[in-house]
Design a protein around this ligand. Structure first.
Ligand code: ASP
Length: 327
């Protein structure tokens, strides 16, 4: 029988409430990975799964230390066991896309790494976690998933780590990949994914993650923004910053002046947008202020990329080269 590693981190998929009719009032991250598996007896005929509990938290409370542990466990497991078929990670849905993208940038192995969560707690009527978990395992075991990088399986859809994002606060179909759609789907008839061609670029494959990570805040543009937020971040000596502009990443005049007036050295800064889809392109005026375009990455994924670039000691030319070539 094939073997998988299941890394459990918590979230609603492991959440519990006293009332099965309650979908919103529950505690996330209560059940362990073994209990999640026990709710899907069909797994026993399919695969041998070893479970490691990396955390049991609401994904809003994930820490860089959890990310570091996840990356270490995956790298170790793949290195130690050439016959391991893949890895499944149970995760809260709120920040699942950030973890997926982090792993996509760091894990260099063609074997599937699949993240899965649930929108309803494990105790709910019609909880979606068990079926999502079964389908995530089916994807992780499939030859079709090989070479696709890190995948997210929710509600029968298979998404790629770069585009996937949570787009709804309620309902089981809360994930989408704006601009491209899901990569495929999984159903009774199998895993439907196009064959992955060529080798995938893994920009931070060899990066060892330290304990201490830089501060990288996200500043959000709006009508009559408070430019003090930008100045306060710069004054605080942040390692990097993601500016989320309006439209295609635009700054207000007040924010532009705040950046222009900043007397110190500017940290690495990425310019994302708040539209939900579409790129931010190179703009010479904004680049003079130190803002580099985040391409099609949403602000939270731009932040993940910037964190890793800072940890790797990249300069702006290296960052721009990666973004313009592939993001
Ligand atoms: N609060 C939960 C979390 O992100 C939401 C979920 O898992 O759906 O951990």
């Amino acid at each position: 029988m094939k073997r998988l590693l299941l890394l459990a981190t918590g979230g609603t998929i492991a959440g519990c409430s006293d009332d099965c009719a309650t979908l919103n009032d529950y505690t996330a991250g209560v059940l362990g990975g073994d209990a999640l598996m026990a709710a899907v007896p069909q797994l026993q005929d399919l695969v041998t799964i070893s479970v490691q509990q990396v955390a049991n938290v609401d994904s809003a409370d994930l820490l860089f230390a959890h990310w570091r542990a996840l990356v270490g466990r995956i790298r170790d497991a793949f290195a130690a066991d050439p016959d391991l078929a893949g890895v499944v990670i149970t995760h809260g849905t709120n920040t699942l896309e950030e973890t997926a993208w982090l792993l996509q940038l760091l894990i260099d192995d063609p074997r599937p790494v699949v993240l899965v969560g649930a929108m309803r707690p494990a105790t709910a009527l019609s909880a979606d976690g068990p079926l999502n978990l079964l389908q995530a395992v089916q994807v992780a075991l499939s030859s079709e998933a090989r070479g696709h990088g890190v995948l997210v399986v929710m509600d029968g859809q298979i998404h790629g780590a770069q585009r996937v994002t949570k787009v709804a606060t309620q309902g089981v179909g809360a994930f989408a990949s704006p601009g491209s759609g899901p990569l495929g789907w999984v159903d009774d008839f199998g895993v439907h994914l196009p064959t992955a061609h060529g080798s995938r670029q893994v920009p931070f494959a060899g990066l060892a993650l330290p304990e201490q990570w830089p501060q990288v805040p996200i500043v959000y543009g709006c009508v009559e923004p408070e430019p003090l937020i930008l100045t306060a971040c710069l004054n605080a000596g942040v390692g990097g910053l993601v500016f989320t502009g309006t439209g295609a990443g635009q700054l207000s005049a007040a924010e532009r002046s705040a950046l222009q007036a900043w007397p110190g050295e500017r940290p690495l800064m990425l310019q994302a947008n708040r539209c939900g889809s579409g790129p931010v392109h190179k703009n010479p005026h904004d680049q003079r202020l130190g803002l580099l375009p985040a391409g099609s990455l949403n602000p939270q994924k731009a932040r993940v990329l910037l964190l890793l670039a800072l940890l790797a000691g990249w300069n702006s030319d290296q960052l721009i080269a990666l973004i313009t070539a592939s993001l």
